[in-house]
Design a protein around this ligand. Structure first.
Ligand code: BGC
Ligand code: IFM
Length: 811
């Protein structure tokens, strides 16, 4: 069942009922100011850091769900309704929600009044604009009362939801005729405040929640709205809100537009303490003046559209396969940009108060957005590398505001160092920006410990070389990519009583997955050494890589697939010898992507085993059989019920690894099948089962062991976004950046007769037309570049500003 449809021409997903299985959200903002907005106008806003600069409140895990947001009420006689249906839930005659690129439009119609609430964050400004267009579609004059309402958060979202003894006394506001200033804590800090305003004369206002909603009222039925008038309340502590009321008259057919804005203002440090705590409103007034009339708001919307047009134009596909085109051209890349902006901080499942930026996560996210915003990818790499330790290991997470490593989570995830090589090598293949390797980057954010970025990569590489276990495989540490496979979580004295001593690096537990990573990204590292004329280092690196590859092919091999690991007792994990958890997805994907076992036939065998044992109609599950009880020697993986999360869920992130691996063996049909099974547009029709948004990936879909098989959870902020885009754009469609130029190597379903890709690369634009009338899955017969035959399949680098016509014939 569907709850809407794609509108490809407008680049939107159109939701046609407010009662989606879960709130279906969108992200507004791409620089400093961000808002989450759901299809019923729920959500919240923050400036840069979802924990420390939270502008509006949101109650997670609340019942009813999704009541806090950017609400507009329309009181029409005795009827009160919202264009986005919530929070009043008054039935609408017509409803739609259009989630587009950085904007959302909610449209409701009731009794001949049409209301469109258009929300976006303009480029270059720290505010959200909510433009309401009211149209009288009836044949009689109408009198309406419009109320716009937000509830302020007292900045630190954790403190706001816990420290009530203090916070009920700190709230303060100032008001002007058309603006409400939220200035809690300003008397102490005097540097930032929020402003909620309208460009239209205001009839009445409230700033105290109790006055607007009523002490025992709430956003579903605010007392002031029912009364048709606010009371001019001034918040003294308790819960400051912004509520603006505008009385509107509309002649038949008449349309009126009203703008509401929510802005964040930060005064420069030098202006601090120049006044006794009365806010300096100059910047707020300037902000309001930028959107005083409709033409200015239109211009801001147009600038936002241009911005997205330019971002997405770096990779555009025409394949004739509607669902594929819409995912590649729009939704995959859009989700990649959202993971770039948010990392794993703020979604409807990530509260914005917990995790900072993940070292591993951010490095992988970069693989998906490096072609969209290469300059920002550069900054990101330098930020991440600065959280590394001198021995090559890394803080697992860092805070976006301070960029400092997060000590609570600490270190010890032994895959982390290698992801820095993955990200940097991808950046170099995209940009050719070799000087980045010479950038001085501190270790542990300590400038005294600065070294060139290349030295950071060297230490990443060496970290694995110096952390090998008894089988010659990399030590796993606290965990590798699979956070929940905690093989060192047990007593040092087996046979006595088992006790969790807390995650620590064990002496022997080893990871076949990290072995695959080391071979794949180690080779990329060795290639960088070659280019830097470090021949000896490259040769030594390759010897280490060959040894680990051998270990993976022998100790890491179980007979028909790659083992997952060795536990702290030296027992295999992911082996026929195990009763549960006999085969895992991760080492099959990573080892085959690394090319391990291609010549020996082990790679093909491993992928056959995946298909036989792990595949389901909704994607490939993480392992089988699922763990039915908690196992102290395996850790958190077995604490989830069977079929959920890391315990045999369909973890969408590593499905693309299998698809990429299949292309390594030339299996285009199977690669596409794996891609398609989890791809949002292809499963739109089962939205009632899947439940999360049908335009983006979720982290996890319940596996076949789960009672709710097929149900997705944790949408938006997942490494799936980046890996899927890498999978489809590079491994399937085969447009692969290399250090020397674009390599063309498609591996597609044989039924796809051809396609064209427009790819911006190092300043030139390549129009690449692929002809597959031969109906093959893999293999390039000939390539011409601007009409001339090309030897090999790497396109020569074209001068920046030029356009290149490439014709590829498969066969
Ligand atoms: C994962 C969870 C896991 C947690 C363990 C997170 O990154 O998403 O599945 O429970 O790490 O720390
Ligand atoms: O690899 C991790 C990721 O870093 C965070 N989410 C879960 C994944 C698998 O455990």
């Amino acid at each position: 069942m569907r709850f809407g449809h794609f509108d490809d021409a407008r680049r939107e997903y159109v939701i046609t009922t407010p009662q989606t299985p879960l709130p279906w959200i969108n992200y507004l903002g791409s620089e400093d100011f961000f808002s989450l907005v759901s299809n019923t106008a729920g959500g919240y806003s923050f400036y840069r850091d979802a924990r420390l600069r939270r502008l509006t409140r949101y109650r997670y895990n609340s019942s009813p769900l999704d009541m806090d947001g950017h609400h507009i009420y329309i009181k029409d006689g005795g009827t009160v309704w919202n264009p986005g249906w919530q929070p009043t839930k008054t039935p609408l005659d017509r409803y739609s929600c259009r989630h587009g690129l950085g904007y959302t439009i909610l449209e409701g119609e009731k009794d001949g009044i049409c209301a469109a609430q258009e929300l976006f964050v303009p480029k270059g400004d720290a505010c959200e604009l909510d433009r309401l267009t009211l149209t009288n579609c009836s044949d009689r004059p109408r009198e309406l009362d419009v109320f716009s309402y937000v509830e302020f958060c007292l900045w630190d979202a954790v403190d706001d939801s816990t420290n009530f003894q203090r916070n009920f006394s700190t709230g303060e506001v100032e008001v002007e005729p058309c603006a409400i200033y939220h200035k809690t804590e300003y008397r102490e800090r005097r540097d930032h405040y929020a402003v909620f305003w309208s460009n239209t004369p205001v009839t009445s206002f409230d700033t105290a929640r109790d006055a607007f909603c009523g002490v025992y009222g709430g956003p579903a039925d605010p007392q002031a709205v029912r009364a048709g008038h606010c009371s001019g309340s001034i918040a003294h502590g308790w819960a400051p809100v912004g509520a603006l009321h505008i009385h509107v008259t509309l002649a038949p057919g008449e349309e009126k537009k009203i703008l509401f804005g929510l802005g964040y203002i930060e005064n420069p440090q030098e202006e601090k303490f120049t006044d006794p705590g009365v806010i300096n409103k100059t910047r707020a007034h300037a902000m309001m003046a930028r959107y005083a009339d409709d033409a200015q708001v239109d211009a801001a919307r147009a600038a936002l559209a241009d911005h997205w047009e330019s971002l997405l134009s770096g990779y555009q596909l025409q394949s004739g396969e509607e669902k594929l085109d819409r995912m590649v051209n729009l939704w995959h890349q859009y989700q990649c940009m959202v993971t770039f902006n948010m990392s794993r901080s703020a979604s409807y499942y990530e509260s914005g108060t917990g995790r900072g930026m993940g070292f591993r996560d951010s490095c992988q996210d970069l693989l998906g957005f490096v072609h969209i915003v290469p300059a920002r990818a550069r900054e990101r790499i330098l930020d991440i590398a600065a959280t590394q330790f001198e021995d090559g290991s890394a803080y697992h997470q860092y805070q976006p505001l301070t960029k400092k490593g997060n000590r609570d989570v600490g270190t010890g995830f032994n895959d982390d160092p290698l992801w820095l090589i993955a990200a940097t090598a991808a950046y170099l293949r995209e940009t050719g920006d070799w000087p980045i390797l010479e950038e001085q980057v501190p270790f542990e954010n300590d400038e005294r410990k600065a070294q060139p970025l290349m030295e950071h990569l060297r230490r990443s590489f060496r970290f694995t070389c110096t952390h090998l276990g008894p089988h010659g495989l990399p030590l796993i540490g606290r965990a590798d990519w699979n956070d929940c496979l905690n093989l060192n979580c047990f007593s040092e004295h087996p046979g006595e009583s088992f006790q969790i001593t807390g995650p620590s690096e064990g002496p022997v537990a080893e990871s076949v997955f990290i072995a695959g990573m080391f071979v794949k990204y180690g080779r990329e590292y060795a290639e960088l050494c070659d280019r830097l004329q470090l021949a000896d280092e490259a040769a030594a690196a390759r010897r280490s890589i060959d040894a680990v590859e051998q270990a993976a092919l022998t100790a890491g091999w179980d007979g028909a697939w790659f083992r997952r690991a060795y536990d702290a007792f030296g027992n295999p994990v992911g082996s026929r010898e195990c009763t549960e958890g006999q085969i895992f997805i991760e080492p099959q994907g990573m080892c085959v992507m690394a090319g391990i076992g291609r010549e020996t036939g082990q790679a093909a065998q491993a992928l056959r085993s995946v298909e036989e044992r792990l595949d389901t109609p909704y994607g490939v599950v993480l392992h089988q059989p699922a763990y039915t009880s908690y196992q102290l020697n395996l850790g958190e993986i077995s604490s989830y019920p069977p079929g959920y999360k890391e315990n045999a869920g369909i973890f969408c992130h590593n499905n693309p690894w299998i698809s990429c691996a299949e292309t390594m063996l030339g299996h285009g049909d199977r690669a596409f099948e794996v891609y398609r099974k989890t791809c949002p547009a292809y499963i739109e029709d089962i939205s009632e089962i899947h439940r999360t948004e049908p335009y983006v990936y979720s982290q996890m879909v319940a596996g076949r062991d789960a009672p709710t098989f097929g149900e997705a959870k944790n949408s938006w902020l997942t490494g799936t976004a980046a890996w899927t885009f890498v999978n489809v754009s590079q491994y399937i469609l085969g447009i692969q950046p290399t250090l020397d130029g674009l390599r063309i190597d498609p591996c597609i379903p044989h039924t796809l007769t051809g396609y064209t890709v427009t790819r911006r690369y190092r300043g030139a634009v390549y129009h690449i037309a692929v002809d597959n009338t031969a109906a093959v899955q893999h293999g390039v017969q000939s390539i011409t570049v601007d009409g001339k035959a090309l030897a090999g399949n790497v396109l020569p680098l074209a001068a920046a500003g030029t356009t290149v016509q490439v014709q590829v014939t498969m066969g």
